[in-house]
Design a protein around this ligand. Structure first.
Ligand code: PGA
Length: 262
């Protein structure tokens, strides 16, 4: 499938940043900036916001093209899980997608592959679109284990997911060593990993997997975003630090918008 046939997405992940007021002020300014583009962009803009700001931001952006989601969820439907949030609660608060398996969750909160797989199946069964994050550590890369790590993360997450449901997933390749470090993968390194993910997805799920957008994440900035998009297997970016300010986030969206004109 050609790049232009797949959805193109710029997603921001605010992590543990922003009060409700700051979040609302950001989306107001972003909507103003987007409406200033001479013609609408085909790029979809996702924002992964803290739980506390979810409802307010989802209400404020309801008539806009922004897609609002959360950063995590629990796999159970409900119950005695103090401090956790269910898929149904996220949907109730206005989320349409959820990040799952971010490396910060895997490393700092000990989320194992089976747990991430259960969350993925729960999100799909509730109609919440998962953005599944996978990626290798520097140690794994240097040991030549990139493909083994990516394949095992994909296999664990997709276990028991049928091809039709899986076509609703968005995948994000985020090499752990590139997240928040200012040291992004090169476009060639990212493209190689994306091509591997694409062929693994097709191997696991069949041709339906061709529609799954694969985003690159890890120190994406205005000055490198376009280099990623111009790769055949990269369908967008997942942005952390540069998504915290409207100006830097909008610059990334506009670089994609300009690319569409080429
Ligand atoms: P970064 O974060 O852009 O700050 O590297 C990316 C992410 O964690 O998704």
């Amino acid at each position: 499938m050609a790049l232009e046939e797949r959805r193109k997405i710029v997603a921001g992940n605010w992590k543990m940043h922003k009060s409700i007021g700051e979040a609302l002020s950001f989306v107001k300014d972003l909507i103003d900036s987007l409406s200033g583009l001479p013609r609408p962009s085909a790029v979809e803009v996702f924002l992964s916001v803290p739980f506390t700001a979810l409802h307010a931001v989802a209400c404020y952006t309801a008539t806009s093209s922004l897609v609002i989601g959360a950063q995590n969820m629990h796999d159970a439907t409900e119950g005695a899980y103090t401090g956790e949030i269910s898929a149904a609660q996220l949907i109730d608060a206005g989320a349409s997608f959820v990040l799952l398996g971010h490396s910060e969750r895997r490393a700092q909160f000990f989320e194992d592959p089976a747990f991430i797989g259960r969350k993925l199946r729960r999100a799909l069964s509730k109609g919440l679109q998962p953005i599944l994050c996978i990626g290798e550590s520097l140690e794994e890369r240097e040991a030549g284990r990139i493909e083994q790590v990516l394949a095992s993360q994909l296999i664990a997450a997709l276990e028991g997911v049928d091809a039709v449901s899986a076509s609703k997933i968005i995948l994000a390749y985020e090499p752990v060593w590139a997240i928040g470090t200012g040291r992004s993968a090169t476009p060639k390194q990212a493209e190689e990993a994306h091509a591997f993910c694409r062929s693994t997805l097709v191997g696991l799920l069949g041709v339906a997997a061709q529609v799954i957008p694969i985003l690159y994440g890890g120190s994406v900035r205005f000055d490198n975003a376009l280099q990623f998009l111009s790769q055949p297997n990269i369908d967008g970016v997942l942005v952390g630090g540069a998504a915290l300010e409207v100006e830097t986030f909008f610059q990334i969206i506009s670089s994609y918008w300009e690319y569409e004109l080429l």
